[in-house]
Ligand binder design. Structure first.
Ligand code: AMP
Ligand code: GLY
Length: 418
């Protein structure tokens, strides 16, 4: 435990819209010293120094931190955590926001999390684990419908199939290499619950809601997320309290009892069933694009908050959140999520921001002649605050009209039904 220094040199790991939002918020703090981001992107380069670094190599990260006098590391995506980057940093005495590899199993292995739920009576879909697709074949062939087939490990959001027929379930199974989890299908609206913990104190973040499907009206394939709103109108304070009591707090207690306490951001994907909230999955990080709306609503000093979370002093920091609502609309490159087209030129960001929104960059870079070009699937996150969701959404869509980019597409209904 230690008080936050007056000036903290910070390294953020990641290079998407979530990390741009984190860097943007950290940079506003008077305590933000040098701000570095690996690998970053063209938008992050406006607030931080972007550096090339193998973020999934624990030794490379520790060496870089030592050589550059970094005092705090904030990890955005799951891959460095699963690779043990937070363990290596903690062993080297560097404060870090993000769990150990052992605690990151909550995201890295669905089977691990399902077993933990079974052992501690945490509500989740009934399930069975199998060592391989072949072992699961008969079970999937005769399972009542719909049947949910999941790859056990990290699959970049592509490892889950909700199959309406046993044939479809078997086809999904055939694509999986490695262990499998087969689940009962839950019904109800989905919502996400976010917390930040230093291993002892738990701070509940505002609720948020992702829009995972590619097209308006929740049609089309699942994506990493095409937009988000905060607060979520679905996750009422009563349901949130119930989910904390029955799901998140027992999980944190179980992780502590195993000797692998969780530290960092934890995000529970929930299904709000008629039997109450049930756990679909955990992520051991902030969601993307949920982080963009959450960072916009954070009123407290982000450096003090992250420092406290990384040094076991979160008991002394209770973050304040704006009463305003936030909406972010993802602009993706044409072809996303299959084969996004790279290199198309984007203009009009300053005009969009002049309306009062924030344009966070996800996949962008500068071309050789200095123009902003698309360099990923999800490319921009047009993010706005308002007194309510409808005001925030009106501003975000007004800003989108200022952006001149022929290579992009976006959903027109983010936050519409909220
Ligand atoms: P996951 O990668 O575990 O978040 O799953 C992706 C999506 O699949 C979730 O957001 C849900 O829409 C759906 N899903 C996963 N598990 C279940 C389940 N047991 N019942 C119904 N839908 C599910
Ligand atoms: N928006 C979903 C995720 O970050 O996994």
């Amino acid at each position: 435990m230690s008080a936050c220094p007056e000036s903290v040199d910070i390294l953020v790991l990641g290079g998407g819209g979530r990390e741009h939002a984190l860097c943007w918020k950290l940079k506003q703090s008077p305590r933000c010293g040098r701000l570095l981001c690996a690998p970053g992107n063209a938008g992050i380069a406006e607030v931080a120094r972007c550096v090339a670094l193998d973020v999934t190599n624990p030794k490379a990260v520790v060496d870089f931190v030592a050589a550059n006098g970094i005092a705090l590391v904030v990890v955005g995506p799951e891959a460095p955590l699963v690779a043990g980057v937070a363990d290596a940093l903690r062993a080297a005495g560097v404060p870090v926001v993000g769990p150990s590899a052992a605690a990151a199993e909550l995201e890295a292995s669905k089977g691990f999390t399902k077993d933990l739920c079974a052992q501690h009576d945490i509500p989740t879909a009934r399930f069975r684990r199998f060592a391989s697709a072949a072992d699961a074949h008969h079970y999937v062939a005769v399972h009542p419908l719909p049947v949910v087939v999941k790859a056990d490990g990290l699959a970049g959001g592509k490892g889950v199939t909700v199959a309406e027929s046993n044939e479809e379930g078997l086809a999904a199974l055939a694509e999986i290499h490695g262990p499998v989890v087969v689940e009962q299908c839950l019904e109800g609206p989905e919502a996400s619950l976010f917390i930040l913990t230093d291993g002892e104190t738990v701070r509940v973040l505002p609720t948020a809601q992702d829009h995972k499907r590619l097209r308006d009206g929740d049609e089309g394939p699942n994506t990493g997320g095409m937009g988000a709103i905060s607060p979520s109108p679905r996750l009422t304070p009563a349901l949130q309290a119930q989910a904390m009591e029955r799901i998140v707090l027992p999980t944190l207690a179980a992780m502590k009892a195993r000797g692998t306490p969780f530290q960092g951001f934890l995000y529970a994907g929930l299904m709000l069933t008629t039997d109450g909230p049930m756990l679909i999955e955990y992520n051991v990080r902030l969601g993307d694009p949920e982080a963009q709306v959450l960072m916009l609503r954070l009123e407290s000093d982000a450096v003090e908050l992250m420092w406290a979370a990384a040094t076991g002093s979160l008991g002394a920091v209770d973050p304040v959140w704006s009463k305003d609502a936030a909406v972010t609309v993802v602009m993706a490159a044409k072809g996303y999520p299959w084969r996004p087209v790279a290199g198309t030129v984007i203009d009009g960001i300053s005009a969009a921001e002049a309306l009062g929104c924030h344009v966070f960059h996800a996949g962008t870079k500068r071309s050789e002649d200095g123009r902003l070009v698309a360099a990923g699937g999800r490319v921009l996150n047009i993010t706005a605050l308002g007194h309510d969701i409808s005001e925030a959404r009106a501003l975000a869509y007004a800003a989108i009209r200022k952006i001149r980019w022929h290579g992009g597409h976006f959903r027109r209904d983010i936050g519409k039904t909220a």
